[in-house]
Design a protein around this ligand. Structure first.
Ligand code: FES
Length: 298
């Protein structure tokens, strides 16, 4: 069925939008009514719900794909995603991935029980750049002689497990955040990373990576693509997320890499696929110390 633009409904009222909590409560109230249903009724209800979910997910995926292809619509799409209802529904369907902020929070949640059992805690202060996280130790952890160990053995490991792109985790004290030089210098690596991190492999010198383009490198028999945007260096597996074909012969235009095989487009700054919103390039951790670029396969 073809739907004409004139059939798109116009916003007709100035009523304030319904809050997400209200909508969720309505759903929960209806679900409560089914609590006494027998298994067969529950199975039918589940199948019906799944069918609706599949339909909605497919529609949202197509809608976002179409909007992403249109540069002028992209801005509006980003603004729409900031709406709590839109965001919640897209996350529910797995169309939006968890943000770095959410993944760091999830990582901190895994270590909180341990910290709390010792009268301490941790909070996320700031994410000044995609590879740097600033946290603050609270309570008994703050100033504890073992806080360095807590940071490196517990918190750092948890964050790096959940967020492999994070290479630098800093500890703020009393609300102190990173100095400007720390934020600007992507090559800054915490003392913990220098002394305790293993698995980093020197790949090349920073100045050999062309700005906004790609450089192919070999890391422990894995072909990777390195790219540089100002102070940010990214590293991806040389494999398209569509069918795993190599990407290095792809054309790069304004930071967008186009797969030479079937045309999937990827942002080299984020690894995000602009053709299929649920797809992402496989990212490896990368750090820069002075002029040395090092990669850790993830
Ligand atoms: S393998 Fe890259 S688009 Fe198909």
């Amino acid at each position: 069925m073809s739907v004409g633009a004139e059939t798109i409904p116009q916003s007709s009222s100035n009523e304030p939008p319904v809050e997400l909590n209200r909508l969720l409560k309505d759903i929960q109230s209806l679900e409560a009514l089914t609590i006494d249903w027998d298994e067969s009724q529950h199975n039918t209800l589940h199948a019906l719900k799944q069918a609706h979910d599949d339909l909605n997910k497919e529609a949202f995926t197509r809608l976002i794909r179409a909007l992403k292809a249109e540069p002028t619509a992209l801005k509006a799409l980003k603004e729409a995603v900031a709406d709590e209802v839109v965001y919640a529904v897209l996350r529910y369907h797995g169309i939006l991935k968890a943000t770095l902020n959410e993944r760091v929070e999830a990582a901190l949640e895994t270590v909180r029980p341990f910290l709390e059992s010792h009268g301490g805690n941790v909070e996320l202060m700031e994410i000044p750049s995609p590879d740097t996280v600033i946290i603050r130790l609270l309570g008994a952890c703050d100033g504890c002689p073992a806080s360095a160990l807590t940071l490196s053995e517990g918190i750092e490991k948890a964050i790096k497990e959940h967020c492999p792109e994070v290479t630098t985790i800093k500890k703020a004290k009393g609300g102190v955040t990173a100095t400007p030089v720390d934020v600007i210098n992507v090559g800054f690596v915490s003392p913990f990373a220098r002394s305790e991190d293993t698995g980093w492999v020197f790949v090349c010198n920073l100045d050999t990576i062309p700005e906004g383009q790609i450089k192919v490198a070999n890391v422990s028999n894995n072909e990777v693509l390195l790219s540089r945007f100002d102070h940010q260096v990214t590293c991806y597996e040389n494999a398209c997320s569509h069918m795993g074909m190599p990407l290095d012969m792809g054309e790069v235009n304004q930071g967008i890499l186009i797969c030479p095989h079937h045309g999937f487009k990827y942002s080299l700054q984020t690894g995000e696929c602009l053709t299929a919103p649920e797809v992402q390039l496989h990212t490896h951790a990368v750090r820069v110390i002075d002029n040395r670029v090092e990669v850790k396969l993830t």
